[in-house]
Design a protein around this ligand. Structure first.
Ligand code: ADP
Ligand code: MG
Length: 566
């Protein structure tokens, strides 16, 4: 028609499509989960916009998702009466990828199919997964509140371009029509589609309906009657004992837009001053954009089962930004906005409740003696440890709890692996040792080979080896743990207390006297660059080392600050 336009996909979309078709083929049925998930999100968005504009519902307020198939046309259609897409939205959302982390994702690709499949999963497969089973996809959509002749028809064979044109559509919402590839006729059956929906989308809050089928002359034939395929009630409202691990896992994939199973979750109903339900998950892997402190946060807020918003950043502190899930409040008003959330005491309460819940879930795993939990905690620590460490300075109320969860590399640990807790360290302290010793450096090797460690090696005293960027921040805020002071081995006159050897000390004092002149000379030669030059008994192999004054920034911190331009 006259208004049809042909547009090119963004380069990244082309690349993603190609990869998706080739590396996700063995898991192709997930296209249905993705399309149902989008339909559900679209209904959530409509419900939210309609809170301030009930007219958007028109005469159609029963939100639902329909899955249908047509054997003769060889199509499968997923329809919803949600928010819909305008022409411009269709171009923006179905022709480009606007997600954060896109650049990192594409640069992480290896060309190895199995590895890349994994990465795509992590990145989020979404709408484009339709092309795994379809060689042509048609989307017909009408945005809520727009005239029936202003609907959009988007179509593509997934090869580099797509067309958009204005068409007529009677009802609001979106139809996604998949024209199946040769050999995909399996999906043209009610039994098959229903079993996929039950497997992946049972937790979807809206009804997913299909036509009921009955046996006629030895064949399954469709009737005119609708049947709801899923349970269609909010998963988090059900009691824990009625939810299987599989259902929790599928729900996670939906809320987190993740493809992999979560590492663990916690589900509870909180009563008291504030009444709310929390279902919070920890992913198995770090997202691409974890270091972007402005990236999505991933907690969905509901009020009495009505979706309010995604990324409700007020519900989790920054150092737990990797947590995903749902909070459903019984008390907040339905028209709550981001601005209101920022000043809400109720939200502060919910946030501290959720924070405690996540920390105690982590404690449970960290303190468990079971091998599976140990492995889980190690995996958690590898993915999110560096982020959790930020909490020591960020969350005063939970500082001790967080400190207990931190793991370090140490001179008595397992190479550069961060496996030693402060409690482990204290349990191994020498008789007469009063402090927890650590060294900071810009790499594990630099820490491990630091000349400051020589005296500790000699005396068999464990030293924590800190080399993450965030570690300076940790020791800046964490000055003691369970009554034991944390002490840098690279600072000041290093008082080893009862660990000190009287004879060594006297020898050093004698030497300082003897070499007074030399010390003065060195000091004059170095001028302003040093505060003092001393004789030390700390070193056993190296001739000299730099130490910083007790209250000055450590050498490593000074380097970091310099690198940051301060
Ligand atoms: P994601 O769901 O993670 O945002 P998708 O690739 O699944 O990514 O979808 C891309 C975007 O396309 C969605 O964010 C949404 O804006 C739009 N979209 C997809 N399906 C629908 C639908 N059924 N109704 C309205 N918008 C949709
Ligand atoms: Mg999606």
């Amino acid at each position: 028609t006259a208004n049809r336009e042909t547009l090119g996909f963004q380069t990244e979309v082309k690349q993603l499509l190609h990869l998706m078709i080739h590396s996700l083929y063995s898991n192709k049925e997930i296209f249905l989960r993705e399309l149902v998930s989008n339909a559900s999100d679209a209904c959530d968005k409509l419900r939210f916009e309609a809170l301030n504009n009930a007219a958007l519902y028109g005469d159609d307020s029963e939100l639902k998702i329909r899955v249908a198939f047509d054997k003769a046309a060889r199509t499968v259609t997923i329809s919803d009466n949600g928010i819909g897409l305008s022409r411009d939205e269709a171009v923006a959302h179905l022709g480009t990828i606007a997600k954060s982390g896109t650049k990192e994702f594409f640069s992480a690709l290896t060309g190895d199919q199995a590895k890349d499949a994994h990465l795509i999963g992590q990145f989020g497969v979404g709408f484009y997964s339709s092309f795994i089973v379809a060689d042509k996809v048609t989307v017909i959509s009408r945005r809520a509140g727009i005239e029936s002749n202003q609907a959009v028809r988007w179509e593509s064979a997934g090869e580099g371009e797509y067309t958009v044109e204005m068409v007529e559509k009677a009802g609001r919402g979106t139809d996604v029509i998949l024209h199946l590839r040769d050999g995909e006729d399996d999906f043209l059956g009610g039994w098959k589609l229903k079993s996929i929906i039950r497997k992946y989308s049972d937790h979807i809050t809206l009804p997913i309906v299909m036509k009921k089928e009955e046996w006629k002359d030895g064949e399954q034939v469709e009737t005119d009657e609708d049947e709801t395929v899923n349970q269609a009630n909010a998963l988090w409202v059900r009691s824990k004992s009625d939810i299987t691990d599989e259902q929790y896992t599928e729900f996670y994939k939906h809320v987190a837009h993740d493809f992999e199973d979560p590492l663990c979750w916690t589900h509870a109903r909180v009563e008291g001053k504030q009444e709310y339900t929390q279902l919070l998950y920890i992913p198995a892997r770090a997202p691409f954009d974890m270091w972007d402190r402005n990236a999505r946060h991933g907690i969905k807020l509901y009020v009495r089962r009505v979706f309010i918003m995604d990324d409700a950043e007020q519900l989790m502190p920054l150092y737990l930004r990797f947590v995903r899930g749902v909070v459903d409040s019984a008390d907040l008003p339905l028209n709550v906005s981001r601005e209101i959330l920022q000043q809400s005491k109720d939200i502060d309460n919910i946030r501290s409740g959720c924070t405690r819940k996540v920390l105690s879930m982590l404690e449970g795993i960290a303190n468990s003696d079971e091998a599976a939990d140990k492995e889980k905690y190690a995996k958690f620590w590898e993915a999110f440890g560096a982020v959790l460490k930020e909490g020591v300075g960020e969350d005063h109320a939970n500082k001790d709890k967080i400190a207990g969860l931190i793991r370090f590399a140490s001179t008595q640990g397992d190479g550069d692996k961060q496996v030693v807790s402060l409690a482990d360290y204290i349990a191994r302290m020498k008789d007469g040792q009063e402090k927890i010793y650590y060294v900071t450096a810009d790499s594990f090797n630099a820490a491990k080979n630091s000349p400051h460690l020589e005296i500790f090696k000699k005396k068999g005293i464990e030293v924590l080896l800190l080399s993450d960027r965030v570690d300076e921040w940790v020791v800046g805020h964490l000055t003691e743990f369970e009554g034991k002071q944390l002490q840098s081995v690279a600072k000041g006159g290093l008082d080893l207390g009862k660990l000190e050897d009287e004879a060594e000390k006297q020898e050093a004092e004698k030497a300082a006297d003897e070499y007074k002149e030399l010390l003065e000379k060195v000091k004059t030669a170095l001028g302003d660059r040093v505060k003092d030059v001393r004789v030390t008994y700390r070193l056993t192999d190296s001739p000299s080392c730099l130490v910083s004054d007790e209250h000055d920034p450590s050498g490593n911190l000074a380097r970091l600050l310099k690198a940051a331009g301060q």
